[in-house]
Write a protein that binds this ligand. Structure first.
Ligand SMILES: [Mg+2]
Length: 252
């Protein structure tokens, strides 16, 4: 595949453009979550036990368009249930926990992401005449908020969540929307950059795009909904493997 033919670069969001803030936020708020639970149910839990159970639920719960970065009610309900907190308290505890979590998102994203590097790479790609887009398995509110928090939404002319299309990666029908947006550019003139071997790389490659795998360290592979164990074959393996987005400057 010749990189000189590439006119459009599409990106995954989670753990590609924006790193997962979940672990750091839970660590930061676990004491306050323990206090909220005690205040509303009179049951006392060690903050670390709450953290452990929340992480377990976050790693196991998955359904279409779920936002693990933004957190959602079913994840919180699952760990409250696992902690055997009576269901009569769930209705008032859940919104309090979501509030504690979500008000930390902005600060955590700005701390955990190298914003200067993102601007550097995206500016470079634009300066090379490339057109940029994002497709993410996510809710619209989370995708747009994250890109705006990091100030990188302006680089992308196409930004779409699976929630808006009603289908998730690795569904091939997503490319119909992408093709019609960038018409007359063809899929073999596009590249897709992502961290998930199956849902990003194999999916893009089998649809004729150039695929660029952002290979992350194993510590990112804890969640069941991230299939980092996927084995490539000759037909779906990445065209390029990078371990930092800055390396896109070496490809284009
Ligand atoms: Mg991802």
């Amino acid at each position: 595949m010749n990189f000189k033919n590439i006119k459009v670069i599409l990106f995954d969001q989670g753990n590609t453009l924006v790193m997962d803030p979940f672990q750091d936020i839970v660590e930061k708020i676990k004491n306050n979550v323990s206090k909220v639970i005690f205040k509303l149910s009179k049951i006392e839990f060690e903050p670390d036990l709450i953290k452990k159970n929340w992480e377990k639920s976050n790693n196991e719960i998955n359904y279409p368009h779920i936002s693990h970065f933004f957190q959602e009610e079913p994840i919180i309900l699952d760990f409250l249930e696992n902690l055997k907190i009576p269901v009569i308290y769930h209705g008032v505890i859940v919104p309090k926990i979501l509030f504690l979590y979500r008000k930390e998102i902005k600060k955590t994203l700005l701390k955990n992401n190298d914003v200067d590097k993102l601007h550097n790479v995206l500016n470079y790609l634009i300066s090379k005449g490339l057109r940029l887009g994002v497709f993410s398995n996510d809710r619209k509110i989370d995708l747009f908020a994250n890109l705006e928090i990091l100030g990188i939404d302006k680089y992308f002319e196409y930004i779409k969540s699976s929630e808006e299309l009603g289908i998730e990666k690795p569904n091939n029908k997503i490319f119909e929307d992408i093709k019609s947006f960038f018409y007359p550019i063809k899929l073999n003139e596009m590249a897709y950059v992502g961290d998930d071997p199956e849902k990003d790389i194999a999916w893009a490659k089998l649809n004729g795009l150039m695929s660029i795998w952002l290979k992350l360290p194993k510590k990112y592979a804890v969640a069941k909904w991230r299939n980092y164990q996927f084995n490539f074959n000759n037909f779906n393996k990445p065209d390029f493997v990078i371990n930092d987005l800055i390396q896109l400057k070496n490809i284009f």
